[in-house]
Design a protein around this ligand. Structure first.
Ligand code: SAM
Length: 325
């Protein structure tokens, strides 16, 4: 089992399969994806390379893989990437994070390829506000995709980054939606990155304030599974869905970190905010998952205790589209 020197165990791999994104979210990529530098020119991991990466992590005890990006649905071979992941011995759950752009058309294929769980980013339930935040008039399409995923029985979560000036006023609409819709809606605290400093200053909302509202209104906190993501989850007897809170600025956020990240170019990131990744592309391309696993095991011993975001650190992370959020 992969364990670091603080006793944290890594059940969960977040695997980026492309840096490219077609949305222009105002907190992430306001000018859209720019193909610059060596990273932009290097090809993303192939299906065979993804298979090697996932086998290596599975041999080290990882049981859940989230495929992310950039926007993973921009990869035409996404069903093959999902199948390569779900086919690895030891992997129990394959999840994907998407902006929902291709969801309605593709979810049946993804499910057939072995997808268990889906996260869709929906930052507003008002089509015009959705467009102002993401640059696309695609709310309805995303909602149709979510409906289809629920029909197929795919566990579905919704990611909503809380933004003081853009969607905080919709808090009650989001809750009303969850009353009737069996999704887990996770309010994510905006994170400060190298690219969004002034936006952060005017838009960050504390997750602690939202938790106070939820507890006041009868929401009850649930216990967390060992391969669960970073959200604290809450349920309420009157609601079909659940609420999650992702609060990277809370004091113990890193203490139960169970996640490692692989970039689309094959660099291992020990933390979303690590200064730089560890380039494993040559070992990945070599195809020997046992040799790769040994390199990963050695690298994990260097994982630090915390991300130090509260100290204003943003690391080398310009925006989270680089690393799958
Ligand atoms: N394209 C996919 C999507 O839209 O979900 C996957 C990549 S996206 C970077 C993953 C998640 O990170 C999204 O839910 C997005 O809202 C979130 N995210 C991006 N930048 C963020 C920031 N600065 N703070 C908090 N969450 C952020």
């Amino acid at each position: 089992m992969l364990t670091d020197e603080f006793g944290r165990r890594f059940f969960y791999l977040r695997l980026s399969v492309t840096d490219v994104c077609n949305f222009r979210c105002n907190y992430c990529l306001p000018d859209g994806y720019q193909c610059t530098g060596a990273q932009g020119r290097e090809k993303p991991l192939s299906v065979a390379e993804v298979r090697t990466v996932v086998r290596a992590f599975a041999s080290l005890g990882s049981e859940k893989v989230r495929i992310t990006g950039g926007e993973p649905s921009l990869r035409r071979d996404l069903p093959d990437l999902i199948a390569a992941t779900s086919g690895a011995a030891g992997i129990r759950r394959v999840a994907i994070t998407s902006n929902g752009y291709r969801l309605a058309n593709e979810i049946d294929r993804w499910r057939d390829a072995g997808l268990d769980q889906l996260n869709v980013s929906v930052d507003s339930l008002d089509p015009h506000q959705f467009e102002r935040i993401t640059g696309h008039h695609k709310l309805e399409k995303a909602l149709r995709g979510i409906e289809r995923a629920l029909e197929l029985g795919v566990e579905t979560k919704v990611n909503t980054v809380l933004l003081r000036e853009h969607n905080l006023g919709e808090y009650h609409e989001f809750l009303q939606w969850v009353r009737a819709t069996p999704v887990t809606l996770r309010f994510i605290e905006l994170m400060r990155t190298g690219d969004n400093r002034s936006f952060f200053a005017s838009n960050h909302v504390s997750g602690g304030d939202i938790e106070t509202l939820l507890l006041r209104d009868g929401w009850e906190r649930l216990t967390r599974h060992r391969s669960a993501g970073p959200a604290r989850e809450y349920r309420h007897p009157d609601y079909a869905g659940r609420i999650g809170l992702i609060t990277p600025y809370s004091k113990d956020f890193c203490a139960d970190c169970n996640r490692l990240r692989m970039s689309a170019q094959g660099a291992l990131h020990l933390c979303l905010f690590a200064e730089q990744g560890i380039d494993l592309r040559d070992a990945i391309a070599g195809g020997d998952h046992r040799a790769l696993a040994e390199m990963i095991r050695a690298a994990v011993s260097d994982k630090t205790a915390g991300h130090q975001l509260a100290g204003g650190r943003t690391g080398a992370t310009r925006n989270l589209a680089m690393l799958g959020g």
